[in-house]
Ligand binder design. Structure first.
Ligand code: SAM
Length: 267
């Protein structure tokens, strides 16, 4: 018996689809009437995908197999957002989300926002009842971040502020904070004030010099405990029937994650 599929399980006009041809050919597209989706493996008509179950096989004009998938948040972030700054990589983001215990309903502070890649993931995690407050000192970056968030329909879960967190943070009562800026040790007082009692914070920093400086500053400040530093290494494997082995190339270094929890500051 053919299962009855809900409207959400089949593709409609206006839906996003990830066209998967192979590992190197994944195309994110919004399905429009009459649209042609082109690749070096041939063309696919968007109209041929409409009404098909998500995950269905389709053929390109060169008779090559492809599949129409429902995109994941990572597909949207990777393939549709403009990047004008360095961004935190997925391998690091996943761990940050876990360490901060983030979920729907959380109120999260972010500094700096940059291109808004991390902001988009945070908003996706805390929606629909949570909110992200993102600070940056560069107006031009906030403009790009705003456009990126709008593209994903996540802007309603984010308030962007053009301000320097070293000088203070407007809101208080944050459940968690994600800090990706060059000199976070200059903002410890403001960050400490803005967090809820016992709330966790994650700093992302690219160099050893910054790691040493941040650790010393956190110890001297006295308002954080359980200070830990991590480096995430992710090694993908090449998969084939005859030889499964680690990939020759990998992302060697992105940055360090420093984690801490707010405590009542001793006087
Ligand atoms: C590497 S980018 C952040 C990228 C972001 N985490 C992402 O994954 O898309 C660093 C940002 O910090 C901002 N920044 C630097 N100092 C700051 C400060 N004192 N207050 C707020 N933002 C700051 C910079 O303007 C820059 O946009």
């Amino acid at each position: 018996m053919t299962p009855v599929l809900s409207q959400n399980e089949v593709f409609n006009y206006g839906d996003y689809a990830l066209i998967y041809i192979d590992k190197r050919r994944k195309i994110l597209t919004r399905l429009k009437q009459g649209e042609k989706i082109s690749s070096d493996k041939g063309v696919i008509a968007a109209d041929d995908i409409i009404g098909k179950e998500k995950g269905s096989q389709i053929k390109t004009s060169l008779n090559i197999r492809a599949w129409a998938l429902k995109p994941l948040i990572l597909d949207y972030i990777d393939k549709s957002l403009k990047r004008v700054t360095q961004v935190i990589y997925p391998k690091d983001l996943g761990f940050i989300i876990l360490m901060l215990g983030l979920g729907s309903g959380a109120k999260v502070l972010e500094a700096g926002v940059g291109s808004g890649n991390t902001t988009a993931l945070l908003a996706h995690i805390v929606k629909p009842d949570g909110h992200v407050y993102g600070y940056d000192i560069r107006e031009e970056f906030l403009k790009v971040a705003k456009e990126n968030l709008e593209k994903l329909g996540l802007d309603k879960y984010v308030t962007l502020r053009l301000a320097d967190v070293r000088k203070g943070i407007d809101e208080t009562g944050f459940d968690a904070a994600v800090i990706d800026m060059p000199d976070p040790w200059e903002a410890l007082e403001a960050l400490h004030t803005s967090l809820k009692p016992s709330a966790p914070i994650a700093f992302f920093i690219p160099s050893i010099q910054q790691l040493i400086k941040l650790y010393n500053a956190l110890e001297d400040f006295g308002g954080f405990i359980d200070i830990r530093a991590f480096e995430i290494m992710l090694r993908e494997f090449e998969l084939s029937r005859t030889a499964i082995r680690p990939s020759t190339y990998m992302v060697g270094h992105t940055g360090f994650i420093v984690f801490a929890r707010k405590i009542v500051k001793s006087t």
